[in-house]
Design a protein around this ligand. Structure first.
Ligand SMILES: [Mg+2]
Length: 188
């Protein structure tokens, strides 16, 4: 049984966007700090990195305010597969970012004008506020990398799918995907 693309939605950071790659790159470029992907074992990176929390906040703020200029990249195959899914349905995104505009501009730049027309984006401003938007969009499945979000959504009747990342691996018993090729396999 495949998932109808109409009924699946996606988180943005660390699912569609490779936010951790950008974080690691900016930590090096702006502050000369070396961070390896293996070091990021917690969703709240200040809990696993020995870096001044103010610096961490500044880096994430930069990624919130101007993802395009920060060089935020899409995850591998995300653009190809979202482009394919857009043939069947609108593309639904729910992000915990507070302001939809910067990431909306970023989506336009990575997806291109045609696929972007299918984008439906909601910004909740808080990690725990996604289910209302997901239900409003009529979605039944949601892909997110934050375990607490996935667990909460599952309790509220959404079929959560964890996008596997070092900070969620082994911390849940929910269905998961390793990458966008897995998402393609689920839907197409
Ligand atoms: Mg995320």
């Amino acid at each position: 049984m495949k998932i109808n693309p109409r009924f699946i939605g996606f988180d943005i950071d660390c699912v569609v966007a490779d936010t951790m790659e950008a974080f690691i790159r900016l930590a090096d470029k702006d502050y000369g700090l070396t961070v390896t992907p293996e070091q990021i074992t917690r969703f709240r990176v200040e809990k696993c990195l020995n870096i001044d929390p103010d610096i961490i906040e500044k880096i994430f703020l930069k990624l919130l305010v101007d993802p395009k200029k920060s060089g935020l990249k899409p995850m591998s195959y995300a653009v190809d597969i979202l482009t394919e899914l857009a043939d069947y349905s609108c593309l639904y995104f729910v992000t915990a970012r507070p302001d939809p505009k910067p990431i909306d501009t970023w989506l336009y730049s990575v997806l291109g004008p045609e696929v972007y027309k299918k984008v439906r984006l909601a910004a909740t401003g808080e990690h725990d506020g996604k289910s209302e938007y997901i239900h409003e969009m009529g979605l039944k499945y949601f892909v997110d990398d934050r375990v607490a979000t996935c667990l909460q959504l599952a309790e509220e009747g959404v079929n959560s799918i964890v996008f596997q990342q070092p900070w969620n691996e082994g911390r849940h018993d929910l269905p998961f995907v390793n990458n966008w090729l897995d998402i393609r396999e689920l839907c197409l």
